[in-house]
Design a protein around this ligand. Structure first.
Ligand code: GLU
Length: 364
């Protein structure tokens, strides 16, 4: 069992685990979950809890029934519900003599390299203090364009940044089922291919924002980061102990990878502010491990700054690599298709000639 061997474990709690159909906190469940964490922590494991529930608890607290909330309203409800949520955790963990810390994350905190390193340190220092980080998206300031929106991918990105060994993604299903008629849980997934995507049931539960497709995206991040991920049903009392005893879940196994931590971070980015289109010759060069030069660029899409994590796409529209660009989208527009020697003349200043250096790039 991968959990027994793991040192750093991220547990993602969905709103439906924490809150019942009427929007009330499932206190007995939470007590049993906290007991589980206490027992496993004694074995020298470090835990991070990524918990949803701020919006659902805020709704319940203010008796707001409406399910489809406007973003401004969910921001305000999250602001109220998040205090409530953290307080509940604090009370429960206090009783077990365990300290907690709260970390609210916005996409920039994980998607900008410097900030990602900074949050990694915060996690490590909380571990040193013996505290359990309780994480949620910073829903109070998140707008629809700048938002994870689901804690599945957020939890996976956190797992990747702190080099966790296991992410347990608790929700209200037992795992990924192979088909609708003959419902059988897939035990292990080594590769997320079209067949796996065909098993996605697009129905969502009443509170959570994620679904099976965001869970698969989370799994993809984990798999390229060396982290095992389980989709499991968290509704049982003592959910962790139950999972370890029964192993009823779907495990996503990490890929063998020679990438260092920085490249793992590059490849598992959750989005891209732009795309750089390249011709056949450049695609071949990248395949052979070369850097991206302006000569092979045919088109730029989106607005981005130097240093951003950008997708490189071939002429058929297929993503071939991703990397940290050394030029802004405006600069690339001016020098695309040109020879490296011409860059200085066009831009008016000298610079390097690689648009994305191979050390800053990962093939997909
Ligand atoms: N961050 C949201 C909340 O705490 C939930 C996101 C999700 O359901 O994954 O309410």
């Amino acid at each position: 069992m991968y959990i027994n061997k793991a040192k750093i474990i991220v547990v993602k709690i969905g709103s439906s685990n924490l809150v019942d159909g009427k929007g009330k906190l499932k206190e007995k469940w939470l007590k049993s979950f906290v007991k589980d964490i206490k027992n496993f922590k004694k074995k020298g494991k470090y835990f991070v809890i990524v918990s949803s529930g701020a919006i659902a608890l805020g709704q319940n607290y203010l008796k707001v029934k409406k399910k489809k909330l406007k973003i401004e309203m969910s921001q305000a409800l999250a602001s109220i519900g998040q205090i409530y949520l953290t307080n509940i955790y604090r009370k429960m963990f206090d009783k077990n003599k365990i300290k907690i810390g709260q970390i609210l994350i916005s996409p920039d905190d994980t998607e900008q390299r410097r900030r990602a390193i900074n949050i990694k340190r915060t996690f490590e220092n909380l571990f040193k203090l013996g505290a359990i980080p309780i994480v949620n998206e910073n829903d109070t300031t998140a707008t629809s364009e700048i938002k994870y929106g689901d804690n599945d991918r957020l939890a996976a990105r956190v797992a990747q940044i702190i080099s966790a060994n296991v992410l347990i993604n608790f929700s209200d299903v037992d795992g990924l089922y192979n088909s609708k008629k003959n419902k059988k849980i897939i035990k292990e997934v080594k590769n997320i291919n079209d067949e796996i995507y065909s098993f996605v049931d697009y129905k969502k539960n009443s509170y959570g924002s994620g679904g099976m497709s965001t869970k698969l995206e989370a799994a993809r991040i984990c798999m390229s980061s060396g982290c095992y991920m389980a989709i499991a049903n968290g509704k049982h009392i003592n959910p962790l102990a139950k999972l370890i005893n029964s192993n009823v879940c779907t495990w996503f196994l990490p890929k063998v990878s020679s990438l260092d931590a920085r490249k793992k971070w590059i490849v598992s980015s959750i989005g891209s502010n732009g795309k750089i289109y390249i011709d056949y010759g450049a695609a071949k060069a990248l395949e052979n491990g070369k850097s991206l030069l302006p000569a092979g660029i045919t088109k730029v899409e989106g607005n981005f700054l130097k240093g951003e994590n950008i997708l490189i796409v071939d002429d058929a529209g297929k993503s071939v690599a991703r990397g940290l660009t050394s030029f802004s989208s405006n600069e690339i527009k001016k020098i695309k298709g040109l020879k490296s020697e011409e860059i200085e003349n066009i831009l008016g200043y000298s610079s390097k000639s690689e648009i994305i250096h191979r050390d800053d790039m990962v093939k997909l």
